[in-house]
Design a protein around this ligand. Structure first.
Ligand code: NAD
Length: 299
């Protein structure tokens, strides 16, 4: 693999990932719908393409980090999509797209001799900036090995999950269901603790060296909820997308999801209150409102 790659979707995750690649001397050809982002990357020396097809006519490997499965399909297989590119050989999807869509896209691209690799990531915006993401890669083994040096620029742990399209996506959905469960359940516990008179900072300190610790108590609550910044960097609507994709797989495979269903309802409630665009850490506000307390670090 050369150091010339395409990058489509330069948002909360894609932006910092692309910046890391530029800093490591990768020559990027980028595309995004937002002109301000395109201008920022152009200033940093990236080539700019007007469409996914144009990106895919300039480079052999195209990475994408896009919000929803429908957008990924449009960018990959749509009228002006990567499928129409004359140079592209490999499509790498860093987004959370779900196994079904990953398989559909892989089959569509294969008809034009393009190989799809699903490589969803975990670790949030902080991990994207620091290059410490986990990457869950699925696709032909030799091709995935050749992508390692590039993906190691964005990920500290680059896992090879399997050969079948969608296996990386499945792994990612399981991770995100657990992460969403941890945040919802930990938010409830924090609200209950504060209502009973406990200090939230003391609670976090106790939990993080005790058996209740998880990704919410370790990171999201101390960093974004106690200081009331609500800036984890992941939107509620994207969280719900991931939970839905996971439960869709459970339905398809006939696996019970007692807790997962409840977690979905909690996040769907948050969205129904107008919070789709809100940061995931804001879910605690609904529990606080009900209980009549605020989980805030005392000054
Ligand atoms: P985002 O909305 O911040 O970024 C998406 C980018 O894609 C934006 O810059 C947008 O302008 C661009 N875009 C949208 N439609 C496009 C199109 N048709 N053509 C070209 N560009 C287009 O989203 P994000 O938070 O960066 O998430 C990206 C993906 O990564 C999602 O699938 C998400 O589930 C996943 N993810 C996010 C996080 C997180 O913490 N934010 C963590 C892990 C995985």
């Amino acid at each position: 693999m050369t150091n010339e790659v395409g990058f489509i979707g330069l948002g909360m995750m894609g932006g910092p990932m692309a910046k890391r690649l530029i800093a490591r001397d990768y020559k990027l050809t980028i595309h995004d719908l937002r002109p301000e982002v395109v201008a920022e990357f152009s200033d940093q020396g990236a080539g700019v393409a007007g469409s996914p097809a144009e990106v895919a006519s300039r480079v052999e490997t195209v990475l994408v980090s896009l919000p929803t499965p429908d957008v990924v399909r449009e960018v990959a297989l749509g009228a002006d999509g990567i499928i129409g590119g004359s140079a592209v050989k490999t499509f790498v999807d860093l987004s959370t797209t779900g196994p079904n869509r990953a398989k559909e896209i892989a089959a569509g691209l294969k008809s034009k001799g393009i190989t799809a690799v699903d490589a969803p990531v975990s670790g949030g915006v902080t991990g994207a900036k620091a290059g410490t993401l986990s990457v869950m890669m699925a696709g032909p083994k030799a091709l995935c090995e050749s992508l390692q040096p590039c993906l190691q620029v964005i990920g500290k742990h680059v896992f090879y999950v399997g050969t079948e399209p969608g296996q990386g996506q499945m792994m990612k959905l399981l991770n995100n269901l657990l992460s969403a469960t941890a945040l919802a359940a930990s938010s409830e516990a924090m609200v209950l603790g504060v209502k009973s008179g406990l200090d939230p900072r003391v609670m976090v300190d106790v939990l993080n060296v005790s058996s209740g610790r998880n990704s919410a108590t370790l990171e999201k609550i101390p960093r974004a909820i106690l200081p009331r910044t609500f800036d984890v960097g992941f939107r509620t609507e994207l969280q719900i997308k991931d939970i839905r994709l996971c439960l869709e797989q459970a339905d398809q495979l006939g696996v019970p999801m007692w807790i997962g269903q409840t977690v979905r309802e909690m996040w769907a409630f948050a969205e129904s209150q107008g919070g789709g665009q809100e940061d995931i850490s804001a879910i605690i506000k609904h529990m606080e409102k009900w209980a009549g307390v605020t989980v805030r670090e005392s000054s």
